[in-house]
Design a protein around this ligand. Structure first.
Ligand code: FMN
Length: 447
């Protein structure tokens, strides 16, 4: 699983652990000759850094980004671009006592169940520090997004809700000046008790053109949901009126249209996974910070009961830290959607744009082929365990007939489809035979 790689048009692979030497990313397929936006990337990284305010972690990192490859004299060379941020305020020794203990709320338990090993130092790869790579990558797509404007602000932190909106500078990005002091006092109380809180964040995207997003697996809302939910600590997302839609009837919730445009926006600016040109609206839920200074029950790696107080350096509420990360993920999703839409609309492209698109499609075909072969091997094993013959001419014929029908619908050559599938089927059978041969005991022959 390429779980550390993201995207199609701006594809990148992220790496690094919270208390390892560095966090970084490798970006491939960037055209040569483009001025590299290092200053913009550094600017977005500075927004992601922990604040110096009283509710922020005391871990202080400069997060200075360095280019290791792919850029010469400020211009891309077409080679893989490797960007890196060295961890300078890492304190791995602080985690030594937690080495064999699952911290409640953290990914320790699930990582251990899956891999039987994990980097216990500050959450390793599950730490918020991995988000440096996402934010750095997003610093490259501003040019594609042009005047699309992304507004993100907390709607609720713990039990305090924002109800009156105005713009004023504060360390929590809080939008309601009328209850800001109440919020600060509330968080001070939470912090002094060693506890933490979560909240709700609202996103409004303005100047978004209609037509972004593709049926059926590349819907804009589906891609945004995946991107936002991939951020550590995010537990839910709703578009438009979201869960409140349950309280409306169809007559109330449909966004009616007249010649002036939409008369309401309950759907949040997306219909059928495609942007309508209205304001795109969604909200997401952030859980309370897992590391708290309160004794809690857990177990050691060998299953013994133990109580721990994780303490250490952490934010009372993750929301201010998550806002720049969410913005970065939104930018990456929109950049993908905008780039695809350019192809759909056949806007003027140069040869490199077309080649880039083709290369991505070829890569997708290869990945699909790999999965097909893996499944063929499993089928081979299943057939062997159930004494079924590898060859099934009837099913092959049925498959070819239905594929040729689909080819006709899609206006693809039936002949080409047949040639391609015949060779795929042959290869699959070969793999199935190999699987069977490798699992048959030496003294038994295959029937
Ligand atoms: C930018 C950022 C900073 C974070 N900082 C902390 C932190 O200081 N302490 C903590 O317990 N969790 C922190 N987290 C959340 C953990 O990464 C998260 O709790 C963990 O991955 C498990 O949550 P999950 O099940 O939602 O993935 C942070 C997340 C992000 C995105």
């Amino acid at each position: 699983m390429k779980g550390n790689s993201y995207g199609r048009f701006l594809g990148f692979t992220a790496f690094g652990e919270s208390h390892g030497p560095a966090i970084g990313l490798v970006i491939e397929d960037v055209k040569p000759g483009i001025e590299f936006p290092l200053a913009e990337i550094q600017k977005t990284l500075n927004e992601r850094k922990p604040g110096t305010g009283k509710f922020s972690t005391s871990r202080q990192e400069k997060d200075d980004i360095q280019i290791l490859s792919g850029v010469l004299d400020g211009v891309t060379t077409g080679m893989p671009i490797c960007l890196i941020v060295y961890n300078q305020d890492a304190k791995p020794a602080d985690y030594e006592h937690l080495k064999n203990i699952f911290r409640p709320g953290h990914a320790d338990y699930s990582l251990f169940q899956k891999f039987k090993i994990y980097d216990y130092r500050g959450g390793g790869r599950a730490s918020g520090r991995e988000t440096i790579s996402r934010v750095a990558a997003a610093g490259m797509v501003d040019k594609i997004l042009k005047d699309i404007e992304i507004k993100i602000y907390p709607l609720q932190i713990g039990k305090i809700e924002a109800t009156k909106f105005s713009e004023f500078a504060n360390e929590l990005n809080w939008p309601d000046e009328t209850n800001y002091d109440e919020l600060v006092q509330y968080l001070e109380k939470i912090k002094s008790s060693g506890n933490s809180v979560g909240g709700i964040v609202e996103v409004q995207i303005n100047n978004l053109p209609a037509s972004l997003g593709d049926p059926v697996f590349e819907k804009l809302d589906a891609n945004l949901a995946k991107a936002i939910l991939s951020i550590g600590g995010v537990k839910g997302i709703e578009f438009g009126d979201g869960f409140q839609l349950t309280k409306l009837t169809g007559a109330e919730s449909n966004d009616q249209i007249d010649e002036t445009g939409f008369l309401s926006n309950h759907a949040g600016g997306i219909l059928g996974g495609i942007s309508t040109g209205q304001i795109l609206k969604f909200r997401f839920v952030v859980k309370p910070t897992s590391s708290i200074n309160i004794e809690q029950q857990t177990i050691t790696h060998d299953g013994k009961n133990i109580t721990i107080k994780v303490g250490g350096r952490h934010d009372v509420c993750l929301i201010p830290r998550l806002i720049p990360v969410a913005k970065a993920m939104i930018k990456l999703v929109l950049a993908d959607a905008v780039s695809y839409q350019k192809l759909v609309k056949s806007q003027k492209q140069d040869l490199l744009d077309y080649r880039e698109a083709l290369d991505k499609i070829d890569e997708d075909i290869l990945i699909a082929l790999k999965r097909r072969m893996e499944i063929s091997q499993l089928i081979g094993k299943f057939k062997q365990e159930n004494n079924l013959s590898i060859e099934n001419k009837e099913r092959e014929n049925e498959l070819l007939i239905s594929l040729k029908e689909k080819a006709r619908e899609l206006d693809i050559s039936e002949n080409l489809t047949e040639i391609l599938w015949q060779s795929i089927i042959e290869k699959s059978k070969e793999m199935q035979c190999k699987t069977v041969a490798s699992t048959v005991p030496k003294n038994k022959s295959m029937s």
